[in-house]
Ligand binder design. Structure first.
Ligand code: SF4
Ligand code: SF4
Length: 118
């Protein structure tokens, strides 16, 4: 969270605490495993990282393209949207984005992986 609005949004999410039962937790864990196996990078596209990037990269869009490639086997299916997202090779590895990421994604490492695809 990086703004008061995001804090309030997250607090509202937990306003009515209703925990999952064991069966629901098992289903959730199974879904998490499928997500991790299939997509690789669990970006939720929250965009908390975006404003921090000195290279102006659209990090979630680049990750989406990376995941699309991992699942489809096709290079950069998102075409022009990815071109607009910037070039992962411009990442300077400052790590500012990773500090904002609620999923604790090692974004500089992902950017290096994307860069190495070319
Ligand atoms: S590590 Fe790379 S992607 Fe992350 S904020 Fe710095 S330049 Fe942008
Ligand atoms: S902060 Fe993390 S989860 Fe959110 S868009 Fe950026 S990389 Fe994805």
């Amino acid at each position: 969270m990086s703004t008061p609005e995001q804090l309030l949004d997250n607090l509202a999410t937990f306003d009515h605490h209703d925990p999952l039962n064991e069966k629901e937790q098992a289903v959730l864990e199974q879904a998490r495993k499928v997500f991790m196996d299939k997509l690789g990078v669990p970006c939720s596209a929250c965009r908390y990282c975006c404003d921090t990037c000195p290279a102006g990269l659209d990090i979630p869009m680049l990750i989406r393209g990376y995941n699309e490639q991992n699942t489809s086997g096709e290079l950069w299916r998102l075409g022009s949207a990815l071109t607009a997202a910037g070039n992962a090779a411009d990442c300077i590895g400052c790590g500012l984005c990773a500090k904002k990421c609620p999923q604790k994604i090692n974004i500089p490492e992902v950017m290096r992986s994307i860069r190495d695809l070319h």
